[in-house]
Design a protein. Structure first.
Ligand code: AMP
Length: 117
């Protein structure tokens, strides 16, 4: 997809700090980490959001979770981690290419969103 920053990262046109790559999936460190370990796991093929997952393209999502389990061991997250997907406007998705945030290295809070004012 032209003008998609994560497509450009997947194509090697924009640099990233890769932690995992295969034919269909890439994982790289988030530019603005929200935890001691914060990586983004993406399909290389463009899927705009979790709202666009279909029976035809969902196989890569299962693979992403296999990669996450492997990365947890490699990145020292044996104590646990959190996987977050922001979808659409209300979900505060800022990059319109499906990605899963993998966060770890500290005890998380719950609920993950600020209480109503
Ligand atoms: P979201 O708000 O869920 O769409 O998450 C997008 C994430 O992408 C944010 O955490 C950004 O910090 C991260 N991000 C944006 N551009 C880059 C980039 N070029 N390299 C690494 N992370 C990026």
């Amino acid at each position: 997809m032209a003008d998609c920053v994560f497509c450009k990262i997947a194509a090697g046109e924009i640099p990233s700090t890769k932690v995992y790559e295969d034919e269909t999936v890439l994982a790289f460190r988030d530019l603005d980490p929200q935890a001691p370990t914060h990586v983004l796991i993406i399909p290389k093929a463009h899927i705009a959001s979790a709202g666009e997952i279909t029976p035809e393209n969902s196989g890569v999502v299962a693979h992403i979770f296999e990669v996450a389990a492997q990365l947890a061991k490699e990145l020292g997250l044996e104590n646990g981690f959190r996987i977050v997907n922001n979808c659409g406007q209300d979900g505060m998705q800022s990059v319109q290419h499906l990605h899963f945030h993998m966060l770890g290295g500290k005890k998380m809070g719950w609920p993950p969103f600020p209480p109503e004012a």
